[in-house]
Write a protein that binds this ligand. Structure first.
Ligand code: ADE
Length: 232
């Protein structure tokens, strides 16, 4: 039986998901809360990690190693780079990179450290379920590259660097670290985001305005994916 990990980075990203569940068992571990529920035929563990690569790595590894989750689904918001992505739109990652991982001083490409790769792939089957769900419900979604870093990007210079270096469609602060954990531990993962801003001068302002509504867009779509996984 599948045991699903459902992750967000911020409380706003998982609250709309928790509202679908009842009889939640809360476990405190490693300075965080893990919410365990049964949903139809699925065992689910929900948590938000706190922002950034370090906290999201800790939470993803905990959900897999301590809570024995065998599939991980991430839901949250992102800054849009691809001009086709408007605020509220969904993106599902086919691959992710760390835009702030930089040992270029030693001749390596941006995003690369020895023993790793610039890009980490997500699970093809989960991604295709997401695309099918979008198709069936007439919901717009873009499949693309997501760049992750420990920075809230709110200027054109950094945004252009990330766009040109990695051909990224969107950026955020947790996806690649979660995907690296899942790849290393052989756990299929899905990284889903809805756009809250476009990583430009107005990003801080837009993020505050659209965090809740975009987080809900992503969460409501993720529930459809969960229902589909459940019926498989
Ligand atoms: N998540 C949502 N918007 C973001 C931005 N502009 N930079 C980093 N992470 C984000």
């Amino acid at each position: 039986m599948t045991k699903l990990a459902i992750m967000g980075a911020m409380e706003e990203e998982i609250q709309p998901l928790l509202s679908y569940f009842t009889d939640i068992k809360v476990t405190e571990f490693a300075n965080n809360r893990y919410y365990e529920v049964k949903y139809n035929d699925l065992d689910i563990v929900v948590a938000y990690s706190k922002i950034g690569k370090v906290f999201s790595t800790l939470t993803a590894a905990t959900m897999i190693e301590k809570f024995a989750c065998d599939t991980l689904l991430f839901s949250g918001v992102a800054g849009g780079i691809n001009p086709e992505l408007k605020i509220g739109d969904l993106i599902v990652a086919n691959k992710l990179c760390q835009h702030d991982l930089d040992i270029t001083a030693f001749g390596h490409p941006n995003g690369f450290v020895p023993g790793g790769d610039v890009f980490v792939k997500t699970d093809e089957k989960l991604k295709n379920i997401a695309l099918d769900v979008a198709n069936e419900n007439n919901i717009k979604i873009i499949e693309g590259t997501i760049a992750t870093g420990d920075q809230f990007v709110a200027n054109e210079t950094r945004k252009s660097f990330i766009e040109n270096t990695f051909k990224a469609d969107a950026l955020e602060m947790e996806g690649a670290s979660v995907a690296v954990v899942c790849d290393a531990l052989n756990v299929p993962c899905l990284i889903l985001r809805a756009i809250s801003d476009t990583a430009d001068m107005d990003a801080g302002f837009n993020f505050d305005e659209f965090l809740d509504s975009s987080a809900k867009n992503s969460a409501n779509f993720l529930i459809k994916i969960i229902n589909k996984i459940n019926s498989h």
